[in-house]
Design a protein around this ligand. Structure first.
Ligand code: FME
Ligand code: ZN
Ligand code: ZN
Length: 427
């Protein structure tokens, strides 16, 4: 199934996706202005108002609006980010910004899965709903945000603090998920909390031949052993099928630093007086993060071993109401029932809802207590985000648009708020 087998309207849809993919928005120098122009052009082509807001100069945030017939009801936010991660050109079969389509209909591009697909699918779904003369009751907003891949401080974080955001009166948010290698889509109701630490050991320097206690490197190595054992205990639960990726604590060493540089590399016969290592730690949103912090202080970097540790930018673990950062996936949350039913009605099948193993901008909305679902409709697709040769099949992409048509229709038509089942069933 390659492009020649597509209807002319599907071929145009794929070609618009290719145009979006062809804009190089890779960090650290994304071409944000070109992307903003492209999105505003797309909005105009379906007669929607849009604006590019520079909360931070040079980093436009594009907001597209489809007003509902009752704009007083809480609105729907269809959220995506426009930046993509860097790439290693020599590792790719095709130029990562060519959006080349191979004979299987696979579209190769950085961002094809993460997450230009979703942003463009929202737009295509809205395009079709408008063409069918559908009238939303609730207002729908499409947000295209910068800088998700580098932490969202100049993107989502600025947006949620803005007056514009307050004026939108958002009731529910859709954000990204992950591809599913199986037939059923994956869906995410929360994400792990990111904790990054650096641990440092200090000790007396000495001759490289001497065995003595409390050298910096020896003390750091004890920590590495302990951390490695903890890591294995978490990973074993996944390997045994007892837990999913998002349900355990991950800890991975991301740098190590010690030694005295010399013209030929490092001085080899002096034991260093300082040794450091950095870790990327991810904690499930319902885990006891304080007990992990105690473990770090007592076992990973104990003062008794001349060790210190520091966290890098610690985000909150609860929302503004003091609740864990998770979205309810039971019938107490009408947005969950609507989403589940809308996907099913469009012929999609869902796996059990999961915790997203990494971070996305969803956390900024969950911190406000808003319900957020992470969903990227990619079934029978290998998980290639941040990987070489990222691709998405064109048929999978097109099917995803029909999912969003169904979801937007259901969300934008939802009358009741607060789970009056009877009135919902009458609709
Ligand atoms: C904690 S902010 C960094 C966000 C980043 N998101 C995508 O990969 C991540 O490392 O998960
Ligand atoms: Zn992403
Ligand atoms: Zn990413």
């Amino acid at each position: 199934s390659h492009s020649s087998s597509l209807s002319s309207s599907d071929a145009e849809t794929i070609s618009r996706f290719q145009h979006y993919l062809q804009i190089n928005t890779s960090q650290p120098t994304p071409n944000y202005h070109q992307v903003a122009d492209f999105l505003i052009f797309q909005a105009k082509s379906i007669s929607l108002e849009s604006q590019a807001i520079e909360f931070v100069q040079g980093k436009p945030f594009v907001l597209i609006q489809w007003l509902g017939t009752n704009p007083n009801l809480p609105s729907i936010l269809l959220y995506s980010h426009t930046d993509v991660v860097p790439f290693e050109p020599e590792k790719w079969k095709y130029d990562p910004f060519s959006a080349h389509i191979d004979q299987n209909g696979n579209i190769y591009a950085r961002g094809s899965q993460d997450m230009k697909c979703v942003g463009m699918q929202y737009l295509e779904a809205v395009r079709r709903l408008k063409a069918s003369l559908f009238q939303p009751l609730r207002s729908i907003y499409l947000a295209f945000s910068p800088d998700e891949e580098i932490g969202g401080q100049d993107g989502a974080a600025k947006f949620v603090e803005s007056e514009v955001f307050k004026s939108l009166n958002i009731g529910v948010v859709l954000d990204e998920g992950l591809a599913s290698p199986e037939e059923n889509y994956r869906i995410f109701y929360g994400e792990r909390i990111s904790r990054r630490i650096g641990i440092t050991a200090t000790g007396e320097p000495g001759h490289g031949s001497r065995l003595y206690d409390n050298s910096a490197a020896e003390n750091l190595m004890k920590s590495l052993e302990t951390i490695r054992r903890f890591r294995a205990s978490q990973f074993d639960m996944i390997k045994a099928g007892l837990k999913k990726e998002g349900e355990v604590v991950s800890v991975n060493m991301v740098y190590s630093k010690a030694g005295t540089p010399s013209p030929t590399g490092f001085v080899m016969n002096v034991q260093p007086s300082k040794a450091e290592a950095g870790f990327d730690i991810r904690v499930p949103p319902t885990a006891d993060i304080e007990s992990l912090e105690r473990r770090i202080a007592d076992e990973w970097a104990p003062a008794s071993r001349n060790m210190t540790f520091q966290f890098v930018r610690k985000g909150p673990v609860h929302d503004v109401f003091g609740n864990p950062l998770i979205t309810k996936t039971n019938s107490s949350n009408p947005w969950w029932d609507l989403l589940k039913d809308a996907i099913q009605m469009a012929g999609g099948k869902l796996q059990q809802p999961e915790i997203f193993p990494a971070s996305s901008d969803a956390r900024f909305f969950r911190q406000l207590g808003l319900p957020v679902f992470g969903f990227s409709p990619m079934e029978n697709t290998p998980i290639l985000l941040h990987d070489h040769n990222e691709f998405l099949n064109q048929e999978v992409y097109l099917k995803g648009i029909t999912m969003y048509e169904s979801i937007i229709r259901a969300y934008a038509s939802y009358v009741e708020f607060g789970g009056n089942k009877e009135s919902k069933d009458e609709m």
